[in-house]
Write a protein that binds this ligand. Sequence first.
Ligand SMILES: [Fe+2]
Ligand SMILES: [Fe+2]
Length: 297
Amino acid sequence: MNASRRYRSIFAPSTARERAENFEDYWIFTRAHSGELIEEDRDLTHKRMRLQYFREHPVPLRRPLADAAVFYRNYVRLQDEPRLIDRKTLLLTCIYKFARHEWVGISGAWEATPCMSEAISVTDRISRYHLAEEFCHIRLFQEMFRTVGLDKVEWIPLGPIQRRVYAIFPRLPEKLMSPLAFVTELMGILFYREVDGLLDELYADEPEVRDRMRALLHEITVDELAHIGQRRNYIGAFGMKVSAWLTPLLFRAFYRDIPETRHLFDVEKMIRAGLAFDYNEIPAHLMHRTWVPSYCQ
Ligand SMILES: [Fe+2]
Ligand SMILES: [Fe+2]
């Protein structure tokens, strides 16, 4: 087999039995990967150690943003004409808006899922770990902002309508919730890939900062790569059709709400990449640290 085409599509078919086995396998993976759950802090021991390393070894920032006030004025809600904002700042306000949605989503879901001592099924336990990993990502995003000299970033709740949407989400019937959750993970991976690509262009003048931003982003990416497989593993043949149908709708609706994306990425290209996703383009050093369902290998 051609080494560059080692993996099959994330939409590849699977049987119920394969999926049950994959959940068991994922559960072993996720504990080895993230460590022990620290439930009261919504944190995980291995992830905490990684973050601590980054915090204790900061990289020097030689060229801070020309005008941090532009970031703080636009990060929660875009106020200025985006064409007049420099691309570095625009990428940062975009990352914040993306992460803010994640933060609101996981905060609601954390309340709605059983805690570890009450998690009986393997999928309940996986869900608790999954959410704790997402909270670690928010800390990694915060560290990205700190790396570029933005240490006053706060996580602001979304408006009441959007908050309601996210509150309903974990209570939806499994058949509907699973495709939505899967497509959301797919959207995450495609977003991180685009951000990764832009780091070279926007931080060419600051290689140390670029490498640190990338290292932080990759910490998130390895988890998210595992999450797409894990969320895909909930879904049978019909649900995968629903997921493919939902992909363009959800991508467009989500990014419509983040006006920066129009100036930074090509959302239609991201949709096509989402529907064609198969891990083969992911660098080997990330693939070594993540998890892929057996039927995608
Ligand atoms: Fe995430
Ligand atoms: Fe995720």
